[in-house]
Design a protein around this ligand. Structure first.
Ligand SMILES: Cc1cc2nc3c(=O)[nH]c(=O)nc-3n(C[C@H](O)[C@H](O)[C@H](O)COP(=O)(O)OP(=O)(O)OC[C@H]3O[C@@H](n4cnc5c(N)ncnc54)[C@H](O)[C@@H]3O)c2cc1C
Length: 370
């Protein structure tokens, strides 16, 4: 039996769910197929930082795209609450990037000046003027970005999916797509174990598993990340604290997410004792009062990394109607809102920003490593 849709989306992470939301909101009949459960992979492992200012140190197409994406979040938080009933837990209490060597200060000043030029608030401050009084003061200086925000990643992904259903999207979990069907250079649909589904367009959002469709998507490197969360008796920090190799993200209910390791070419979800010990010891140096915190849970997820660190967004060369949105590496939660509007515009054949189109094109064969 075949069923026909306007678009079929393969993969129910934040990319698939946000694109399903955007297209169904625009009035299309969307089917989202997820081999396991919605938000079962990287999109529930993420710490949820909307880290435009923590992650980007100079101007680039991805920086601009990320900034536009972050700016969509405050409106989205309200819309998604109304459309899905899920609160994505947007917190806009800033972030601090700490540096521990005097020779890093010029870099911090350059980043602050670049960000100020881009009209995002940033300044370099000393330990004495830090707004977070529980932090150990053995760092040399900090980049303070008072408007940086964060969300709960699993809530965001589930809210997008639920809101897509609100607009009529069909979401089918436990359904693995085995193959993409095409004829004469035009996509026809997808094949699962049990059925064939047909559509005008197919959008692949399979995260690190996109490599399974290597005929259509360039090679991705899976990068495993481990995190843990702790609960404290009283709030210890308000802002996200970011340092080389360790971050602390304060959530509701006095929870703090501590992350994250970075292990290329690993795809298992085991959490190693050595990783937890390393993260905890680093976190405790930054925030000594964590000694009294209670460990809540630990988890792992796998980030999809492209060769040049930029996502793949666009149509697959040679197969009209087949699109890809993947390779968002460690910023997929941040980038999802803008990715979904960009992809939906491409699918609709609208004029889109040419710089983004070229920078994120599937045609590029970059060998720059990040
Ligand atoms: C530890 C960690 C911390 C992170 N922290 C942050 C952060 O603070 N901020 C941020 O912005 N980003 C963060 N990220 C990155 C972010 O999680 C990812 O970039 C993002 O979740 C990728 O989303 P995705 O939808 O592409 O992939 P995924 O979430 O992996 O979703 C892909 C989905 O496709 C499904 N699928 C695959 N193949 C098939 C198939 N054949 N048929 C059907 N379904 C299929 C999978 O089951 C999966 O559900 C973090 C990642 C990790 C691991």
């Amino acid at each position: 039996m075949t069923k026909r849709f306007d678009q079929i989306i393969v993969g129910g992470g934040v990319m698939g769910a946000s694109i399903a939301y955007e297209l169904s909101k625009r009035g299309y009949h969307v089917l989202l197929l997820e081999e396991n459960i919605i938000a079962g992979e990287a999109s529930s492992a993420a710490a949820g930082m909307l880290g435009v200012q923590m992650e980007f140190e100079q101007d680039s197409p991805l920086f601009r795209f990320a900034k536009e994406s972050r700016d969509l979040y405050s409106r989205l938080a309200k819309d998604l609450l109304e459309e899905s009933g899920i609160d994505i837990q947007l917190i806009e209490k800033g972030a601090l990037k700490l540096v521990y060597h005097q020779d890093e200060i010029d870099d911090l000043k350059r980043i602050a000046s670049f960000q100020t030029q881009q009209k995002v608030e940033a300044k370099v401050i000393s330990p004495a003027s830090i707004p977070e009084k529980e932090l150990a003061t053995d760092f040399y200086a900090a980049l303070y970005c008072p408007t940086e925000g964060q969300v709960s990643a699993p809530h965001v992904t589930k809210a997008f999916a639920k809101a897509a259903e609100h607009y009529g999207a069909v979401i089918q979990e436990q359904t693995k797509v085995q193959d993409i069907l095409s004829e004469n250079g035009k996509v026809k649909g997808v094949k699962t174990d049990e059925k064939v589904y047909t559509a005008e367009s197919v959008i692949m959002t399979c995260g690190f598993k996109s490599s399974h469709f290597s005929r259509y998507v360039n090679q991705l490197t899976p990068v495993k990340g481990e995190c843990l969360s702790v609960v404290t008796e009283k709030p210890l920090i308000q802002s996200t604290i970011f340092t080389e190799g360790c971050y602390l993200v304060p959530k509701r209910g006095n929870r703090i997410i501590i992350g994250a390791t970075s292990k290329p070419n690993q795809t298992d979800k085991n959490v190693k004792v050595a990783s937890v010990l390393h993260l905890l010891s680093r976190a405790k140096q930054i925030l000594p009062a964590l000694n009294q915190a209670t460990i809540e849970e630990a988890w792992a997820g796998v980030r999809p990394l492209t060769k040049d660190g930029l996502p793949y967004l666009g149509e697959v060369p040679g197969v009209s109607g087949l699109y890809v949105a993947t390779g968002h590496y460690r910023n997929g939660i941040l980038l999802a809102p803008r990715t979904s509007t960009f992809l939906a515009d491409i699918v609709e054949g609208k004029q889109v920003n040419q710089t983004y189109l070229e920078a994120f094109s599937l045609k590029r064969e970059s060998i720059i490593s990040v």
